[in-house]
Design a protein. Structure first.
Length: 499
């Protein structure tokens, strides 16, 4: 489908999606109706799968794994399927972006960039497929030879959130497939469409049936059952730290499945007095407002040098006030609607708490009331103290808390004053200072004089309560493998028992 100018509005009636098991579409379940956050109009109808559907999907993934026509295929052949998928994604980019906008509320221009990133993920994983290998040891003595084989871990369960439905799927799926695993995916109930579109794309690219399965439905039923499932070997979960914790419990109480966890963050940006303040202010405004702040690596804590703080906060607030908020199909729009009613309320409650606990509201802090839509103006609180709720909780919205520091040591302490460790950034023109801060701040991703940059070549993941394991890059493929150590004796055995 090509999205022409005329159809850049919500569809006249919602599109029905089935669910996908063993290469076959299934229908006939109770349906969940998703309304577009920007249009407040029904756009999709998604099946509420049952645990029986999940069991069927896991059985299909297990059979496909044991059949070996994906798992045992030469890396080069798996690479071809992943490369063909990248080509098909390129052809269907407009269509994928369109449905992503309708369910999530993000601007179309951004959704298209996310599909470009997804394509890059498939291309990177295709290359990684051919490079994946074990190792050998010829250092164990004259007759003993050691080999470490790398094998796919098995059936992977993949649970994704609603903030970047397609991009997060594609930062994991191609790497899972590259490893030779088979997969059952459960997308967030409000943003399932693009994960379902992926099923036909992979089939057209030649992925054998049963390797990619999608069950849709609620987190509390389908997600929880996946975490507890005795025949899922690994669960890759991206979402809140609270649910991540419940997945650990479910794994411990079921089959001790391996877990990959990508969880919450409360990400600091340290701005030193010697930095280019205009560049840094632009990065801060972008970092907190991109994807309406519904972003795990969102810049949510500004830690700014006291000597420039008044000026800098003013610059940030002026830039935030200029951000274009509105209709996601308007090419001028920079941020769209908040994705769910629940999240909209959560963000507004945090803004109220910030005001009540004594932070100073410099910019935003209000809804942008338009008929039927859920927009929040990018918001900056200054004079925030570390004990305030907005300083500690992940808000997951366009709300920035500003703190001030006198020494670099103090800035590092403020940056690390959180249970999370997902991402962080420092702005300075002093290279020694930049390295010092980089090494001391606890974060899985760190940026110096840039923000949210990078590509699928490099691994992503968190320190502390932001998660376990890494996704993307070679490390991301290896995460879905396990090592088998083999020893081969080439000499006759010297006997333990005397003959
Ligand atoms: P969430 O934890 O509520 O839901 C995430 C997914 O888990 C959804 O598919 C949901 O249906 C499912 N789920 C819900 N309850 C479950 C259960 N009991 N067992 C198993 N699965 C269950 O999170 P969310 O509200 O969708 O997303 C926002 C959160 O995700 C934020 O905390 C954010 O930081 C985090 N996030 C992290 C990353 C990252 O890469 N670190 C990326 C995106 C989002």
């Amino acid at each position: 489908m090509t999205v022409t100018k005329e159809c850049l509005s919500a569809p006249v009636k919602p599109r029905d999606f089935g669910f996908f098991i063993d290469g076959v579409w299934h229908h006939g379940r109770e349906m969940y109706e998703r309304s577009s956050p920007s249009h407040n109009q029904s756009v999709t109808r998604i099946a509420c799968c049952t645990t029986q559907d999940l069991n069927a999907a896991v059985a299909a993934a297990r059979t496909a794994f044991d059949r070996g026509n994906w798992t045992q295929q030469p890396g080069a052949e798996r690479a071809e399927v992943l490369s063909r998928t990248a080509t098909l994604l390129r052809e269907r980019k407009d269509e994928i972006a369109y449905w992503e906008v309708l369910e999530n509320g993000k601007p179309l221009s951004q959704a298209k960039c996310e599909v470009d990133h997804a394509i890059a993920c498939f291309e990177t994983a295709a290359g990684a497929t051919r490079l994946l290998h074990g190792s050998t040891f010829n250092t164990l003595g004259p007759s003993l030879f050691g080999m470490v084989l790398r094998e796919p871990i098995g059936v992977v369960g993949l649970i994704t959130p609603w903030n970047f439905p397609f991009m997060i799927l594609c930062e994991r799926l191609p790497f899972i497939l590259a490893s030779g695993c088979t997969v059952v995916v459960k997308p967030a109930e409000v943003t399932s469409a693009t994960t379902l579109l992926m099923a036909d794309i992979l089939a057209d690219a030649g992925l054998p049936k049963g390797v990619y399965n999608v069950v849709t439905g609620s987190g509390s039923v389908i997600g929880q059952s996946m975490a507890e499932h005795p025949d899922i070997d690994m669960l890759s979960f991206t979402g809140s730290t609270k649910v991540g914790r419940s997945c650990i419990k479910a794994s411990a109480e079921s089959n001790l499945k391996k877990l990959g966890l990508e969880l919450g963050g409360k990400n600091p940006i340290i701005v030193c007095g010697d930095s280019n303040l205009d560049d840094a202010a632009d990065a801060v405004a972008f970092g907190v407002s991109f994807n309406t702040g519904q972003c795990c690596v969102s810049t949510s804590r500004l830690i700014v040098d006291q000597s420039v703080a008044d000026d800098f906060e003013q610059r940030v607030s002026e830039k935030m006030a200029k951000i274009r908020v509105g209709n996601p199909f308007d090419p001028e729009t920079q941020i769209g609607a908040i994705t769910t009613d629940a999240q909209y309320k959560v963000i507004l409650d945090y803004i109220d708490k910030g005001k009540a606990e004594g932070a100073v509201l410099l910019c935003g802090g209000h809804q942008i009331v338009r008929e039927r839509e859920r927009y929040i103006a990018p918001t900056l609180f200054t004079h925030v103290t570390p004990d305030m709720t907005i300083a500690r909780d992940e808000i997951f919205g366009p709300v920035l808390s500003s703190f001030r520091f006198k020494t670099v040591e103090e800035a590092i302490q403020l940056a690390n004053d959180t249970v999370y460790g997902l991402a962080a950034s420092v702005w300075t023109q002093d290279i020694s200072k930049a390295f010092r801060v980089t090494r001391r701040v606890k974060a899985g991703r760190f940026w110096v004089n840039t923000i949210m940059s990078g590509g699928p070549e490099t691994p992503i993941g968190g320190f502390r309560q932001s998660g376990w394991g890494r996704e993307a890059g070679l490390a991301g493929v290896e995460e879905y493998t396990q090592l088998k150590t083999v020893h081969i004796e080439t000499d006759k055995r010297s006997h333990w028992i005397a003959s």
